[in-house]
Each structure stands twice: as structure tokens, then as C-alpha cells.
Design a protein. Structure first.
Length: 445
């Protein structure tokens, strides 16, 4: 049974990783893999508690899926009302090197609120109005990918992997930000500094004012309305960690509350400004345009990982890593490198099943209490894992959703990225890990 499950999983992942080659959406293979894994386990294991375990796994997965639906709807709503164009039109730089740094840090902080994929779409599409040379745009786009992935690593709502760890209380919002914001900044500064030498310090070109946005924007006619939706949408996203800390309810309840309030606000706006027929300004219309294939991909992949955990494969892998490496820096570093080949979502999901949060009883009973203590909630291992899984995906252009999006928009060749950007990304990756080590060493003195 174990061999069959692993074969299905490996084949499924090869097909998922080949999405851009095959031209078939990766959600297709994730759902097939999910059904096949659970079917094989059900037939071979004869587990009397299978139905109960399946319901529990689905419940845990759906918490994340519901949160993502709410967050993606809010982001789409902001874009629908032209909120992001307010940011775009206020970016100014004296020369191209200055612009590179500005875009890197805008992407870094924007992706801590939005997801890295949405941030990359917004920033790369903006480049088309700023730069005419394609090779230059490739460099800018790649730096944006690095910054967006790093920006998502230190925020509890900045990346699907941080959302997963935060929702399950492996990390808390404040400790995650405090411990990872500096390493994440370092992981952006290092590659951006190197990449700046690939850009001539030439004056900026004239801004191309051709409208390349998603069909419409209120920014020109109702600027205050666009700003209002931008502020309310971002506030709704930022409200979620506060709601969780205050009520101790799961984050999906906070995002649903934010979504409901924004729904009411937009209904009032549509009636007041008589917007029907001009834009689809209602949440009921906006929700049709969220990327449901991404939602279904997460559903399939998380349930697939749950099947491996149910079969005991992940616990065996955790024991092998502990026996052969027994060092959280090495284990997390390897997982980060793997995330450039395999999607970081299933890697983090697997680690969550492989390494349960250590309790005081587990630490006391362990043969190596000091090592086991690194796996407590907000322990060093979980912070390292969050950083490595997020930033490590930048090592290859297909290693993250942000990279795949940039590759598709700008037609960036895989080998061009590998030759020009991979070493830059790896330098930032190692610098960030070294910064985490230095922070831990200083705090331990």
C-alpha cells in the first residue's frame, strides 16, 4: 500500500509541476491525486475509523479554503474598484535603479497584505507602462517575484503557507512578524543590490498611459471612492489577526465578518452612485471572478497530504530526517530548496503532519529535550520553515505562484531565470537563514 501511495503521489506531483508544459491546470491533477490516494488507502487499509478521519481532514482543509475564498474576494473587490491603480499612479523614481528598489519594497510590503500572486500580477502589469525594453522588464519582474515571496513569509496573511501555520497555531502573528521581518528584508536587499548592477542608471522613460487594467477603473472619475474601497479592503484583511487574537475564533470567521461588512458597504455604494450597468460592483458579481481553480488546487493538494499522513508515511519521513540530519536549520533549508521544485503548500502541509507541535510532556519524555523544544508553538523550527518555504520558492521561476505568473505575463524563459536570477535568489535565501541564526544566537546570550 505504501509503495502504491508514493507512486501516485510522485506521478501526481510531476504532472502538477509540468502544468506550464502540458497546458493543463494543476488543479486537475491535484483532485485526481486526492481521490486516488484516499481510494487506495480505503481499499488497502480497512480502517474502521476512515469516515471519521476523512471528515476531520476535510474540516481542517475547508477552514483554509473558506479563508482563501474570503481573502481572494476582498482582493478582487479592491481591484474592481480601481484601488490598486491609486498605488500605481503614485510611484515615482528618478532613474531605473531607484525604480527597481522602490518596486522591490512596494512588492515586499504589499504582498504581506495580499497574496504574492496578486501582488506580482499588479506590479508586473504596471511595468508595461513604465519600461519598453523586454529584457529590462524581465529583471524587474524577477526582483518583484523575489520581493513578493519574501514579503509573504513574515506576515500571517501574506502567503498560503503562513496562513496554514497561523490558523493551526503553529505560529502566532506577533511572534512571526517580530522574528521574520528582518530576515525577510535581508533576503530582498541582497538580490536586489546585485540585480541593480544589471540595470543601467538611466533616466525613467515617459509613462505609458495606455489603460492595461482589468477592463475598467473608477480611479479617474471617483478617486475618493477608489481610495475608500482600498482602505476598507486592506483594513478588513488586517482586522483578521486582531479578531483571532481577541476572540480566539478561527481566522476564517474573521475574514467572513470582514467580507460581510464590505458586502454591505458596496451594496450601499452601488445604490448611491447607481453603478449597476457601469461596473460589476457587487460582491455577488465579484465572487464570480475569483480564481476557483486555485481554490480547488489547494483543496486537492491538502487532502492528498492528509491521506499520506493518515497512512503514516509522513511520520516515517520525519523520523528519517531527524535520524539523518537532526538539525532544524538543515531540515528547513532542504525543505526550502525542495519548494523551488515542488509547491511549498504540500511541503508545509506535510511538515505540519510530520512534526506536531511539541508539548511540555513530549519535551520531558524526549531523548533530546533541547532539540524537541525547537518544535513548540512559535519555536525556531516553525519560523525557519515559514521563511524557507516562502523564500525558497524563488530559487526557480516555477517554484512559486508569483514566479509562474510573471513567467506567463512576460514570457520569461526558464533557463534565462536559472542563469541570471537563481544565484541571486540563493544568496538572499542563505543571507536570510544566517540572519535568523544571528537573531537566535544573540537572544540566547
Amino acid at each position: 500500500m505504501i509503495t502504491t501511495l508514493l507512486i501516485i503521489f510522485i506521478i501526481g506531483y510531476l504532472l502538477i509541476a509540468s502544468e506550464h508544459v502540458l497546458g493543463i491546470n494543476k488543479a486537475t491533477f491535484a483532485l485526481i491525486m486526492c481521490g486516488a490516494l484516499w481510494a487506495v488507502y480505503a481499499v488497502a487499509a480497512h480502517d474502521p475509523n476512515l469516515s471519521e478521519d476523512l471528515v476531520l481532514s476535510l474540516g481542517d482543509t475547508c477552514e483554509i479554503v473558506v479563508f482563501l475564498i474570503g481573502a481572494m474576494t476582498i482582493v478582487e473587490l479592491i481591484d474592481r474598484y480601481g484601488g490598486f491603480n491609486i498605488i500605481v499612479r503614485n510611484l515615482r523614481a528618478g532613474n531605473k535603479r531607484s525604480l527597481l528598489w522602490i518596486l522591490a519594497f512596494v512588492a515586499f510590503f504589499l504582498s504581506s497584505i495580499l497574496d504574492n500572486m496578486t501582488t506580482t500580477i499588479i506590479m508586473v502589469m504596471m511595468l508595461r507602462r513604465m519600461l519598453s525594453d523586454q529584457k529590462e522588464r524581465w529583471i524587474f519582474a524577477c526582483v518583484i517575484v523575489l520581493a513578493a515571496n519574501a514579503g509573504g513569509a513574515w506576515s500571517p496573511i501574506g502567503d498560503i503557507t503562513t496562513i496554514m501555520l497561523w490558523m493551526k497555531n503553529y505560529v502566532s502573528s506577533v511572534d512571526l512578524i517580530v522574528n521574520l521581518i528582518i530576515p525577510s528584508i535581508v533576503s530582498v536587499i541582497v538580490p536586489t543590490f546585485i540585480a541593480s548592477f544589471m540595470i543601467a542608471p538611466a533616466p525613467m522613460e515617459s509613462l505609458n498611459t495606455q489603460d492595461e487594467r482589468k477592463g475598467y477603473s473608477l480611479a479617474e472619475h471617483h478617486r475618493k471612492l477608489s481610495i475608500l474601497i482600498l482602505i476598507c479592503g486592506v483594513a478588513g484583511l488586517l482586522f483578521v489577526p486582531v479578531f483571532k487574537a481577541t476572540t480566539h475564533l478561527p481566522p476564517y470567521m474573521g475574514i467572513l465578518l470582514s467580507l460581510g461588512i464590505l458586502w454591505l458597504l458596496t451594496e450601499l455604494i452601488v445604490h448611491h452612485y447607481d453603478l449597476d450597468g457601469k461596473i460589476e460592483g457587487r460582491i455577488s458579481q465579484v465572487v464570480r471572478n475569483i480564481d476557483m481553480s486555485t481554490i480547488l488546487f489547494f483543496l486537492g493538494i491538502l487532502m492528498s497530504v492528509a491521506a499520506l499522513g493518515q497512512a503514516g508515511i509522513l511520520s516515517q519521513l520525519a523520523m528519517w530526517l531527524n535520524d539523518n540530519f537532526h538539525d532544524v536549520y538543515l531540515i528547513s533549508g532542504i525543505i526550502g530548496v525542495l519548494s523551488s521544485i515542488v509547491d511549498n503548500v504540500p511541503l508545509v502541509a506535510a511538515c505540519m503532519d510530520m512534526y506536531p507541535v511539541a508539548t511540555e510532556a513530549a519535551i520531558a519524555a524526549s531523548a533530546d529535550p533541547a532539540y524537541t523544544a525547537l518544535f513548540i508553538g512559535d519555536g525556531l523550527f516553525w519560523h525557519l520553515l515559514t521563511f524557507c518555504a516562502g523564500v525558497g520558492g524563488s530559487l526557480l521561476i516555477i517554484g512559486s505562484a508569483a514566479g509562474v505568473v510573471a513567467m506567463g505575463i512576460e514570457k520569461i524563459p526558464f533557463m534565462w531565470y536559472a542563469r541570471r536570477i537563481t544565484l541571486l535568489a540563493f544568496a538572499g535565501y542563505l543571507a536570510g537563514i544566517a540572519t535568523i541564526w544571528a537573531e537566535t544566537f544573540i537572544l540566547s546570550i
